[in-house]
Ligand binder design. Structure first.
Ligand SMILES: [Fe+2]
Length: 561
């Protein structure tokens, strides 16, 4: 059975599921080169077709082989299903393909249970906002009568799901709790009155707007944690006994007016990051405590808020006896996989599980890479894996910067060593070189390390493997200045043989330095999506101060080109 999953969202994505297994998945932004490329059927059909073609050609599947389209959206459904039927059948003249929709939080939940090895547990989904309240019931599992009995459909149409708790037990997912949040009005930095939902995701958006005049910089807000030295008792977010998050609008608007009166640098108002992080941790830990049971073996985490490494680390600390299950695409791109998995499980009435991974993109062939390099008239060498990893390790230790595109591209927002920039973690000058010459980033933002899975405990205070860079930890070694944040923490990715050439590179760095650690940051300019194709990497490399570009086994010395 072949199902195409689609996330119609600001993190638009498409995946192909064959007999319950993810064969390929791609975010639209990687192909259109527009950061946070939305997918919808009114304005972005070309982007959608690009993603579909990518998945079909990778899988060698023809359009008439597709059995179902499964989609999820955090936007109003309106006539999306009808438009989707029209779209797919317009390009599939030989066969009529059936289209199914899955409510948004359910798709987030199904995404993560896909990777849980069928462990019984509590599933926690938190994002900005998901499906509208009046559009959930017909899609979601129907255990939510309590929520619906006191609400008429008209009122529900003004609410959106912002927090959901599901139980996963004996292969059955059932909804236990859902917050349907209403709107609130907040003054934004440019003096508009804007509508937000009372949600964790939206309070991060507001604070991101307040500090950076851009609502999509939650990661940068997190980077400010550790700069503030004052004790802060204020709260932006509270919750009542029903666990409804409530944005403290009066306090927030007072702070916005105060901050607007001065021209503050982000580090001068870093206390805002501390407040919002503490509020988020307090809410989520209390919520999980309320719903977790002794019998649960696992806590499954999904939704955009779960990209918050400080929160994830706090959850892991608070529930040391539960297995934390999380994968690299917790934000909306993951809902294409979630929607497709939900429909597969429902139709086939059987469960599926796969090992967590985020390498769902394409690996480019020798011919494709060679063609791109020749077109740009670049000189290159082709090395075997052993020589290539040895060369890269030596050059990293010599403080050279390597741009690396190797293997299947990552699906989510983290570069996990397949579309990465690698640099010397031991050199105190590495960070400023990357900030000013290559990544063009603000000096307060930290860089993350990769470390061999067998050795991480010697260098990081991490209690478990972290293959998707979704937890932080104290750095235990003072020889790693380039990857140690101002508060002494770091966000390591633990690496094993399955991660490809970065594993070999770390083995060789270990031989030279005794410590298998390297700085790893994403292969993209600020404001651009991570590189996907060889041409994307070449264009970036040629306009940067990096020393080498490596695409598969091709080595390009950038100073000689
Ligand atoms: Fe979402």
């Amino acid at each position: 059975m072949i199902i195409i999953g689609i996330s119609f969202s600001h993190n638009g994505s498409v995946c192909l599921l064959k007999d319950g297994k993810v064969i390929v998945a791609i975010q639209a932004e990687r192909l259109t080169r527009v950061k946070r490329q939305a997918l919808d059927l009114d304005k972005n059909q070309t982007a959608l077709n690009l993603c579909l073609d990518y998945c079909l050609s990778y899988s060698k599947v023809k359009i008439e082989d597709i059995d179902y389209i499964a989609f999820s959206t955090p936007w109003a459904l309106k006539d999306l299903k009808e438009k989707c039927i029209e779209w797919i059948n317009g390009i599939s003249p030989k066969k009529r393909i059936s289209v199914k929709s899955v409510s948004h939080h359910l798709a987030h939940a199904e995404y993560i249970i896909h990777y849980g090895n069928n462990e019984n547990g509590t599933v926690c989904v938190i994002d900005g906002s998901g499906s509208y309240g009046n559009e959930i019931k017909k899609n979601d599992y129907n255990d939510l009568e309590d929520i619906y009995k006191n609400n008429d459909n008209h009122k529900l149409g003004y609410t959106k799901e912002t927090v959901s708790i599901y139980k996963y037990k004996q292969n059955k997912l059932s909804a236990k709790f859902k917050v349907l949040s209403s709107n609130t009005k907040v003054i934004d930095f440019t003096d508009n009155i804007r509508s937000y939902f009372h949600s964790i995701g939206h309070i991060w958006e507001i604070v991101s707007n307040l500090i950076f005049q851009n609502g999509n910089q939650a990661g940068k807000v997190m980077g400010l944690i550790g700069f503030n030295k004052e004790k802060i008792e204020k709260k932006f977010l509270e919750f009542d006994r029903d666990f409804k998050p409530i944005i403290n609008v009066d306090f927030l608007n007072t702070e916005i007016k105060k901050i607007k009166a001065k021209k503050n640098k982000p580090t001068d108002i870093s206390f805002l990051a501390d407040i919002i992080q503490k509020d988020t941790n307090d809410y989520v830990i209390s919520l999980i405590n309320k719903f977790i049971s002794e019998k649960d073996k696992a806590i499954y985490l999904s939704g955009g808020v779960m990209l918050n490494i400080k929160l994830n680390t706090e959850i892991a600390k608070n529930f040391p006896n539960k297995k934390i299950i999380i994968n690299g695409s917790t934000e909306d791109n993951g809902t294409s996989i979630g929607a497709a998995s939900a429909i597969f499980r429902k139709l086939q009435k059987r469960n599926i599980t796969e090992n967590p991974t985020d390498y769902y993109g394409k690996k480019y062939t020798y011919e494709e890479v060679e063609k791109s390099l020749i077109e740009k008239e670049l000189n290159f060498k082709v090395l075997n894996n052993d020589d290539l990893s040895e060369f890269i390790a030596n050059e990293i230790v010599n403080s050279k910067v390597i741009m690396l595109s190797y293997g299947r591209s990552e699906f989510g927002p983290r570069a996990l060593g397949h579309r990465s920039i690698l640099a010397n973690a031991f050199d105190p000058l590495t960070k400023s070189k990357l900030d000013t010459e290559i990544k063009l980033r603000e000096p307060y933002r930290p860089y993350a390390p990769i470390v061999l899975e067998n050795d991480y405990e010697k260098y990081f205070d991490l209690k478990f493997k972290s293959p998707f860079m979704l937890f932080d930890s104290k750095v235990l070694n003072n020889k790693l200045p380039a990857i140690t944040h101002v508060d002494g923490t770091s966000r390591p990715q633990t690496v094993n043989r399955d991660n490809g050439i970065v594993y070999d590179i770390l083995l060789k760095i270990k031989k030279i330095k005794g410590i298998p650690v390297c700085l790893n940051t994403s292969l993209n300019r600020p404001g651009e999506p991570i590189c996907e194709k060889p041409d994307d990497a070449i264009n970036y490399a040629l306009n940067s101060e990096a020393d080498y570009l490596v695409i598969e086994n091709f080595l390009v010395n950038l100073s000689k080109n």
